[in-house]
Design a protein around this ligand. Structure first.
Ligand SMILES: [Fe+2]
Length: 163
């Protein structure tokens, strides 16, 4: 069975999962078997690759490929919560909170390597960075499926220098 079929089989029947149940489902995948379908997500318009592998009314499973030196936008996940497993490389996960003016400020960061997991609780704002020399591939699952996500620009990016 292809890994994409395993993913559809594993996540297709899940109803109202907790974050730990999402992690357990990720742990059950035979990811050593064939990763080519996951790593096929390649950068296009975004600075990173993103491929939806399974989407039901309950969950959405996405493979992310961040090339060396690239990063995602600072973003939230709308009403969703999720869990992710690092498949390859070293990922820096940076957490943000909004300042009084609504601009994101980093307050915590954690490096994760192959085989490690990270959680994205509802309301989390974060950015994933690849500061290494090889690619980062990770597998993410969210419940409910992603919708209404927001990306944030830091103050220094929107500041209008007039003096
Ligand atoms: Fe995210």
């Amino acid at each position: 069975m292809e890994i994409t079929d395993c993913i559809r089989e594993t996540f297709g029947a899940i109803k109202r999962p907790t974050l730990n149940e999402l992690r357990t489902a990720l742990e059950s995948l035979p990811l050593e078997k064939d990763l080519s379908a996951l790593c096929g997500a390649v950068p296009g318009l975004l600075p990173y690759g993103r491929r939806v592998l399974c989407r039901t009314d309950e969950v959405e499973v996405i493979a992310i490929h961040i090339p060396a030196g690239s990063q995602t936008a600072i973003h939230d996940h709308g009403q969703s919560a999720g869990c992710a497993r690092i498949i390859e490389g070293r990922l820096l996960n940076v957490w943000y909170e909004l300042d009084r003016a609504g601009y994101p400020e980093p307050f915590m960061a954690a490096a994760l390597t192959e085989g490690e997991y990270m959680y994205a609780p509802k309301g989390q704002i974060h950015q994933m960075r690849n500061e290494g020399e090889g690619r980062v591939v990770s597998l993410h699952v969210y419940s409910p499926p992603l919708s209404g996500t927001t990306s944030y620009r830091p103050y220094l990016e929107v500041l209008d220098f007039v003096i």
